[in-house]
Structures are given as C-alpha cells and as structure tokens.
Ligand binder design. Structure first.
Ligand SMILES: NC(=O)C1=CN([C@@H]2O[C@H](COP(=O)(O)OP(=O)(O)OC[C@H]3O[C@@H](n4cnc5c(N)ncnc54)[C@H](OP(=O)(O)O)[C@@H]3O)[C@@H](O)[C@H]2O)C=CC1
Ligand SMILES: O=C(O)C1=N[C@H](C(=O)O)C[C@H](O)C1
Length: 246
C-alpha cells in the first residue's frame, strides 16, 4: 500500500531533506509541501504528516493533523509535559490516529541515549555537551535535554548522589545549564550539523559516548521508520526507540 505523506516545514533544512526522501521511496507519495503562512487544510489528503518546523508552531500543527485524522511524525523540539498532554487530549477524540514525537531520528543518537541511561548508575560524575550548526534557534538541543532526563532518571532509581562539584565561584553559564541536575553545555559552530557527547567519570576512569550527525541524511531512516510505523500505532508515542523496539 502506498502511503501519502505531507511535509510541514517543507522549505526548511529538515523539510527539504524529508521531501527528497519521500519522493525517492517506492512505497510513499508526496501529498503536499507546507511552510509558514500556508493553510494546512486537509494536508493534501495525506495519510501521514511529517512536521519539522519551530518550537512555537509545532503544537498547533500537530493538533491540526489530529483534528483532520492525519497521523503525524514530529521532529520539532520544544515539547513540554503540558503540550504533550494537549496532544493526548486531542487523540482521545480521534482514537485511530497516531502521533510520534521524537527528539532525534538518527539511530546513533537514539542509541546514545539508551547507552547513557545504562551507564548512568555506575559513575559519580556526568556532563552532556551538545554541538550544533549556528543557525539552530534553541539551546540546549531537545536531544540533550532528553539525554539528561534519562540519565537523571537512572541515577535517581539507583540512588546515585549528586555529582561532585567544588565550584564556589563561576562566570554565568560556565557550568552549563542544569537539566534535572545534569550540566548541559551547548556549542554553536559553523561547519557542524548535530553532535552530542556524554561524559561519565569515576575515580581513575572516564567513559565518553559520542554521536555525530554529519549530514541530515542521518535522520532519514528514522523518519521513514516513523512514517511506516505510526499508521499502526494509535495514540501518542514519544521517542523513536519505541518504534524500533529498542
Ligand atoms: N528530531 C530530529 O531528528 C531533528 C529535529 N530537528 C528539529 O526540527 C526543527 C526544524 O529544524 P530545521 O529544519 O533545521 O529548521 P529550519 O528553520 O531550517 O526549518 C523550519 C521550517 O519551518 C518553517 N515554519 C516556521 N513556522 C511554521 C509554521 N507555523 N508552519 C509551517 N512551517 C513553519 C520555517 O519557515 P521560516 O524559516 O520562514 O520561519 C522553516 O522553513 C527544529 O526544532 C530542530 O531542532 C532538526 C533535526 C533533526
Ligand atoms: O536543530 C537541529 O539541527 C537538531 N535538532 C534536534 C535537537 O534539538 O535535538 C535534533 C538534532 O540534534 C538536530
């Protein structure tokens, strides 16, 4: 069966890559391209909409998809417990519709989060560094926030005490942002795409887990898995790991 796919944010860096990917896939057909200012309407009769826009627009776009009975695969950052619960409420009246929201569609980034969660209980210290292209409008990245959260959950579950840190005086920002007690540092550098390092330390050893997306092609296998998987997953799914059975 051919799935009809609409792309919201189609003129953006990710949107353009998704349009090309959909056009190349034998089992998918491009139903429409939508960007800022366009009326989403019935999304060109799409079965699935792929949404990569901006944090301030994504909730309204996803709610529109759900109201139209169109499944959604969403990569935009900025989701909160409150906005996720608005999606759940909308889905309650459209029980056949699926929405997948994933902070990162690159397989290696998903694995980095899982590996970091596994490692978290064994180390005293942990810090996250994310490194991105300088046109990114949010910091820290959605992936780094999620990574810090899963690490913090694992440390709490294992009763790991707060990481040691003797700092008593620091310039603003020198120790990064605290995300659930984990310091997260954001680098913006021309030449980069999307990168993350998770650093763990204990007496006499460190463990560094690093993932690099050198090209936006890295996100496409995950987006395709999401598009093909979401049609059989009614309700809200958060994280590509659920679709990949990881
Ligand atoms: N989950 C993942 O794997 C990944 C997630 N991302 C996230 O995806 C998002 C997009 O990233 P990227 O493509 O680099 O960003 P871009 O700024 O390149 O693209 C966003 C596009 O959405 C458009 N847009 C803005 N508002 C709306 C709206 N209301 N309706 C439709 N389109 C709109 C923008 O138009 P205009 O420029 O005119 O405002 C732009 O064309 C970010 O949140 C980023 O963090 C990125 C990469 C991977
Ligand atoms: O803006 C980007 O580029 C990316 N955004 C996502 C994030 O904030 O985690 C995913 C990836 O890091 C690329």
């Amino acid at each position: 069966m051919t799935l009809r796919v609409a792309v919201i944010g189609a003129a953006g860096r990710m949107g353009q890559q998704v349009v090309e990917t959909v056009e190349r896939a034998d089992d998918l057909e491009l139903a429409g391209r939508f960007d800022v200012g366009d009326d989403l309407g019935d999304l060109g009769g799409a079965d699935v909409a792929v949404e990569f826009t901006v944090p301030g627009a994504t909730l309204a776009n996803v709610l529109h998809c759900v109201e139209q009975g169109v499944h959604a695969v969403v990569g935009t950052t900025g989701w909160t417990d409150e906005s996720l619960s608005q999606v759940r409420s909308a889905l309650a009246v459209q029980p056949k519709v699926g929405v997948l929201i994933a902070p990162n569609f690159a397989i290696g980034a998903v694995l980095t989060m899982l590996f970091a969660a596994q490692a978290a209980r064994f180390y005293e210290s942990v810090e996250v560094i994310e490194l991105h292209h300088p046109d990114k409008i949010d910091a820290p990245s959605g992936t780094a926030i999620r990574t810090a959260e899963v690490i913090a959950d694992a440390r709490r579950a294992a009763d790991v005490p707060p990481a040691p840190d003797a700092t008593t005086s620091a310039l603003d920002g020198a120790r990064g942002a605290q995300v659930d007690g984990v310091p997260v540092h954001a680098v913006r550098l021309r030449g980069l795409v999307a990168h993350e390092e998770v650093l763990f330390g204990s007496p006499g050893e460190t463990l560094t887990i690093r993932h690099d997306s050198f090209h936006r092609a890295s996100f496409m296998p995950g987006v395709l898995a999401g598009v093909r998987g979401v049609v059989d997953r009614p309700g809200l799914t958060v994280g590509l790991e659920e679709i990949l059975d990881l």
